[in-house]
Design a protein around this ligand. Structure first.
Ligand code: GTP
Ligand code: MG
Length: 202
């Protein structure tokens, strides 16, 4: 897919305040600091489209970016940020859950996982919950430039093993690096295929 245009549209604090034009959207979720905003910049080839930060908790609202005037990329707040107070964490959870369960134009959720770490409890719980709720999702490993390919393979095999404890069939899995621009074509082609199928179904 060629990205002809990519523009920030708005930040929404609730599902009700998201865009209402019905265009399909793809959202990026995952722990704080996993690289959601960086991945959006890498995919769109726009350096500062989504705000990134070394400090976790940078993205706090649902940020919509319109791509090729046709579909949205959505940058979501991260979960599992330890320094967030309990009350705020709860309100984030409600907000994120509401969006995932009730946003009718959400076509696919990309769940980002830091490829350096072994499977973390809250990521696995979140993936389980998506399965229970029948939410279409894919897994995207991030920051693969930070590791040797042998260590990466080891981590991916271990992660798949964990997922297989619960799932016979795994969702699509992508490996990416926003730093080294790796995995861009695979992700964009995947999105393009889904969008093409939506058009055929119409
Ligand atoms: P929140 O909005 O706080 O939830 O974080 P986020 O998931 O949007 O992460 P963000 O894109 O802001 O990136 C967090 C940090 O990781 C930044 O310092 C990025 O430069 C760095 N980072 C992101 N992706 C990569 C990558 O592929 N490789 C490397 N080496 N660093 C990365
Ligand atoms: Mg962010």
């Amino acid at each position: 897919m060629i990205i002809r245009s990519a523009d920030f549209v708005q930040s929404a604090p609730t599902v009700d305040t998201c865009p209402t034009d019905g265009r399909p959207e793809f959202a990026f979720i995952g722990r704080s600091n996993v690289g959601k905003s960086s991945l959006i910049n890498m995919l769109t080839d726009r350096k500062d489209l989504a705000k990134t930060s070394q400090t976790p908790g940078k993205t706090q609202l649902l940020n919509h970016f319109i791509i090729n005037d046709e579909w949205y990329l959505v940058d979501m707040p991260g979960y599992g940020y330890a320094k967030t107070g309990k009350a705020l964490r709860k309100s984030w959870e409600v907000f994120i859950e509401d969006y995932i369960l009730n946003r009718k134009t959400l076509i696919n959720l990309f769940v980002l996982i830091d490829s350096r770490h072994e499977a973390l409890k809250n990521d696995l719980e979140f993936i389980s919950w998506l399965g229970q709720k029948n939410i279409p999702f894919s897994i995207v490993y991030t920051k693969i430039d930070k590791m040797s390919s042998s260590k990466l393979n080891k981590n991916l095999i271990a992660y798949k093993k964990k997922l297989h404890l619960e799932w016979d069939i795994l969702p699509p899995i992508f490996t990416t690096s926003s730093e080294a621009i790796f995995g861009r074509d695979e992700l964009l082609n995947y999105i393009e295929n889904i969008l093409d199928n939506l058009k055929i179904d119409k």
